[in-house]
Design a protein around this ligand. Structure first.
Ligand code: HEC
Length: 152
């Protein structure tokens, strides 16, 4: 079982909404593709996060499809990390390929939790009902970034 450190809801929102904080001009090939993938994941998290914050109207169908997109991206994620692709300006750490099983298991966990978020969107009558499932997805972002991404 993976262990994930406790983390505050606020810091997850921050991580999920800090669009534009990463300027990675010059990225090419698969490195660029996975940065785009991550930005797309982040955008979908932002959609749901803003509903929870009350910055965006709660629409169950939109929350559900955003969560389903995150789940789908989780499937694509490992394929965007061929061994040894750490070319500048990548922030990927070589430990990804030393501990590939854990890397993939965190991506799998993100998928499971994103699908749970999609389910929560279906049964919730308001955005606050999404908070626990949203936070659970956010913990998988942090878990993977802490171990496998250079801190900036
Ligand atoms: C299984 C591991 C893993 C998971 C899960 C994961 N990430 Fe990442 N993420 C990475 C790695 C590794 C990088 C660095 C990639 C690079 O620079 O080559 C990264 C980079 C990013 C970036 C920077 C992209 C850029 O333009 O450089 C953002 C934003 C991001 N992740 C958001 C998220 C969010 C939001 C989640 C959760 C919903 C998430 N990630 C889940 C591994 C993961």
């Amino acid at each position: 079982m993976m262990t994930i450190k406790a983390i505050t809801f606020a810091s997850i929102l921050l991580a999920a909404t800090a669009i534009g904080a990463f300027a990675h001009s010059g990225a090419k090939g698969v490195v660029m593709e996975r940065m785009e993938l991550m930005k797309s994941i982040q955008g979908h998290m932002k959609t749901v996060g803003e509903m929870i914050q009350g910055k965006r109207a709660f629409k169950a169908a939109d929350a559900k499809s955003a969560a389903e997109n995150v789940a789908q991206h989780a499937d694509e994620l490992p394929h965007k990390f061929p061994e040894g692709t750490v070319d500048h300006p990548s922030e990927a750490l070589p430990s990804i390929w030393q501990d590939w099983e854990r890397f993939v298991s965190i991506a799998d966990e993100m998928k499971i939790r994103a699908l749970a978020l999609a389910d929560a969107a279906e049964i919730s009558s308001d955005a606050s009902g999404l908070r626990p499932a949203f936070t659970a997805v956010g913990k998988t972002c942090s878990a993977c970034h802490e171990d496998f991404r250079k801190t900036n």
